[in-house]
Design a protein around this ligand. Sequence first.
Ligand code: UGA
Ligand code: MN
Length: 311
Amino acid sequence: MKSLLFSRFLLLLPWVLIVIIVLDIDSSRAPLPALTARGGGGGGGSGGPRPAAARAPPQRRPEAALPTIYAITPTYSRPVQKAELTRLANTFRQVARLHWILVEDAAARSELVSRFVAGAGLPCTHLHVPTPRRYKRPGLPRATEQRNAGLAWLRQRHQHLPPPQPGVLFFADDDNTYSLELFQEMRTTRKVSVWPVGLVGGRRYERPVVENGKVVGWYTGWRADRPFAIDMAGFAVSLQVILSHPKAVFKRRGSQPGMQESDFLKQITTVEELEPKANNCTKVLVWHTRTEKVNLANEPKYHLDTVNIEV
Ligand code: UGA
Ligand code: MN
């Protein structure tokens, strides 16, 4: 009896092993968690059928839970424009779920920026609006119309999308320098978040002064009487706040340079409500760098080279 059982066992054993091996191969072929698909250029839309992996549970796609960061960048034609945009794109390309809203200060989209956007390798929206001639004077605030065009685009796009639409907006001038850590910090903005800015206001840095996790004042060397003594590069706003304050815009009327930030922020928040980032505003993660005006003293009046090169 015992030997009969044993022989049966030996007979079955290879089959059991084969079944186990086949099952194992099958499970190792199961789809891997989807890698982050980041649309390259053009509106950032992702048409076409969704791959099966896109339906994987959320914990497999950590990026899916990330709010989109919308960066509004005003830009204008000048010899250093392409260099500035190149530096900016090289930074933004490394940030997950970033949508770049480039707004040209021009009557039409330029060829240079259009070509640049097409090859930028990140989701981009390319807008344009000219600054009226009467506002193109030293001593007047810059990029008012362009930032408003970016805001209008954001509001219009999201009117037609179902909630929730987690998103964060910030204003990224084309000549500043942004660390990648800055984007991690601003991504968790609930309403309006703030942080220090380097190389601004005639000091090495300006920063919100924080006590017990709340902003209680400003460390600044310039116009300390500003309600929000902060540079444009020093704050981010949640998309919800932008959508729930549809009239909040940058104003030309009565606006002075350095007051645009305060004029805008007081329409949507209070100092008490601000969320300090960057380790309670003790780390500089963005610098208000300004590019030197380029020396073109030896540039010929008429085109002399045998080729035409975009610079
Ligand atoms: C400071 C602030 O950091 C800016 O956010 C603010 O707009 C500006 O002052 C102001 O006076 O209004 P600053 O370095 O002096 O910045 O300004 P720029 O970097 O020359 O200009 C700010 C942004 O506006 C840049 O992205 C620039 O490309 C754009 N810009 C500038 C235009 O679109 N058109 C212009 O004629 C000039
Ligand atoms: Mn600047």
